[in-house]
Design a protein. Sequence first.
Length: 156
Amino acid sequence: MNRSDRKQIRTGWIAVSGLFVIGLLAGCIQKESVTISAVHKKVLEERLRPVGTICLHGDPCAQAIPQTSSLSADEKKTPAQLYRIGCAACHDTGIGDAPKIGDRRIWRQRRRSGGIEQLYSSAINGLNTMPARGLCVGCTDQQLRDVVDYIVSKSR
Ligand code: HEC
């Protein structure tokens, strides 16, 4: 073996080990990225999720929302039925500080402070967080007055 043979062998070894190291690094990097995505996949998915989703009538997520068609004014519906459809969601539960049906004290106060006309007007035009016409967008003014009478009669 002469000098140049040795040199060639050495260069060969350097090249081989160089490749080995590169391969090792590449393996590590690849492995690393796989591990990261496995661990953080859920977190990333969570972060990338749209902030709000829109729920439309007909979507499965909208099943709990009453259908608008059933909220439209229907001459045949009694005030009690209209109450169920358009007002109960809030006035049965007291959600958002809605005066609960049957709460005599609260309804007496309300009647005294503005009179029944004020209550009618609030049902028709809304009051603070109480939406105008509640959920009964198709109700006529007279139907709303009748529903208010119904609520008041149930709260005496
Ligand atoms: C989304 C919830 C919600 C729905 C639906 C709703 N209300 Fe209300 N209602 C409220 C809240 C909240 C208040 C209290 C508002 C306040 O005093 O600031 C209120 C107050 C009232 C008052 C008292 C107003 C006053 O002047 O003191 C009447 C009367 C009334 N609602 C009638 C109705 C009728 C009739 C319906 C159905 C057609 C209805 N509401 C549907 C939330 C609701």
